[in-house]
Design a binder for this molecule. Structure first.
Ligand code: HOZ
Length: 423
């Protein structure tokens, strides 16, 4: 069925570690070999063997309007003809920054970078520079990219592959990284109390997406805001995944909590490689050349990525409303089927992100997420694939919808789910 993909995987394994450019893609957690995708078309991903799948990976989030939307393609094509990189300021950076600020008013100043990893790595340096403190607090199962200081009890591929963090990270790189359970305000309080005057910031995915989708408990984010204020520490929301996914203004708008700093990723480049960090003017003023905190990048603010991002963000809020509707309908359909069949499944949906956890118990943190039956997820994954539905190859990744996942796709997905439960 996947003859050409298998052949290409054999070949890629000769020249790429594990045959892939990013670990989660390798299908290690679900078995078999990865599909090689040749093109995307609206809600569909098409593989090299000619199969057409309804795509819920969507490049892990950025494709809010599906694959190759006309407005983004036209914007990138036009930009391409004018040059791919200048190493000098271009007006598009200001245009995109203004759009971001319009949707997320907590962003008073923004620095563009090239990925979510870079954004999170840089924002930590900034938080430490601003506060003069070293310790940061992160949550178990949250993933903030692969920078040394943040790769501690991380979700995403680290969880998928059941890795113990990573060799190659010097012990001292994570000695100031405190890790607490997600959704546990008491644990956060204890971390602050154990290190008085030493915590620079909490960095958190306000809706966890890298252990599957886990919403914050009521009042949790507000509690973090109060705690950081009480301890003169900064609150950083990693909205690489949730930005423009859980609300047109991100999780900060959905839950009404303004962080001091925010990181953003791929969605702000319409799927092109990009990231950003931004926030309070007095903090961001520390970034060079305005201030002394050094961080740089030749390709930062790349004109192709800026053009795609502008086109993507100009589609808000309509694109978000449509993507959110699709996810809500799918989640409702899945929940109804699971209930009717007495299946041991927890369905979570926040905006245009959803997850189906194979577990008896409610999933509220990394400990409960890890209790899921991952073998069952693997069977479900393959059954869905047989029905033409492409899901993330891991229980610990989120599913994403787009504005072009219409009624027909939603119906087909729900029907496939019902069939897959029998598998
Ligand atoms: N959960 C990851 C992004 N937040 C998946 C993408 C990857 O690691 O390749």
């Amino acid at each position: 069925m996947h003859k050409r993909s298998k052949q290409l995987f054999l070949e890629s394994c000769q020249v790429l570690p594990g045959g892939v450019s990013s670990p989660v893609r390798a299908f290690k957690a679900v078995g078999g070999t990865p599909l090689f995708i040749t093109r995307g078309e609206g809600p569909f991903a098409i593989d090299v063997d000619g199969h057409r799948y309804i795509d819920y990976v969507l490049s892990y989030g950025p494709l809010l309007m599906g694959h190759a939307p006309q407005v983004v393609v036209a914007a990138v094509e036009a930009a391409l003809r004018q040059g791919t990189s200048f190493g000098a300021p271009s007006e598009k950076e200001t245009v995109l920054a203004r759009l971001l600020i319009k949707h997320m008013p907590s962003l008073e100043l923004i620095r563009f970078v090239n990925s979510g990893t870079e954004a999170c790595m840089s924002v930590l340096r900034l938080a430490r520079a601003y506060t003069g403190r070293n310790k940061i607090i992160k949550c178990e199962g949250n993933y903030h990219g692969h920078a040394d200081a943040l790769l501690k009890q991380a979700g995403s591929g680290v969880a998928t592959l059941r890795l113990q963090d990573s060799p190659g990270i010097p012990w001292h790189a994570t000695q100031d990284t405190l890790v607490v359970p997600f959704n546990d305000i008491g644990a956060m309080e204890r971390a602050f109390d154990a290190h008085p005057g030493q915590v620079a910031a909490i960095i958190i995915e306000p809706v966890a997406g890298n252990m599957g989708v886990v919403p914050p408990a009521p009042g949790y984010l507000q509690g973090l805001r109060q705690l950081t204020a009480a301890h003169d520490a900064l609150l950083i929301f990693d909205e690489v995944m949730t930005g423009f996914r859980v609300h047109p203004g991100g999780a900060q708008a959905r839950y009404g909590v303004a962080p001091d700093l925010t990181t953003l990723g791929k969605v702000i480049g319409g799927g092109l490689p990009v990231g950003a960090y931004g926030g309070r003017r007095d903090i961001m003023a520390m970034v060079a050349p305005e201030g002394p905190m050094y961080q740089a990048g030749t390709l930062s603010g790349n004109p192709l990525a800026m053009s795609a991002g502008i086109a993507m963000l100009e589609s808000l809020p309509a694109s978000w409303v449509a993507a959110d509707n699709a996810a809500a309908e799918i989640a409702a359909g899945l929940k109804a089927i699971a209930k009717r069949r007495g299946a041991r499944i927890q369905v979570h949906q926040v905006g245009a992100m959803f997850s189906c956890f194979f577990s008896d118990v409610p999933v509220a943190d990394y400990t409960s997420a890890k209790q899921c039956d991952t073998a069952r997820y693997a069977r479900y994954f393959w059954a869905m694939l047989q029905s033409g539905i492409y899901l993330p190859p891991s229980q610990f990744e989120a599913c994403f919808t787009s504005s072009v996942h219409g009624a027909a796709e939603v119906r087909r997905t729900i029907a496939a789910f019902e069939a897959a439960l029998k598998a």
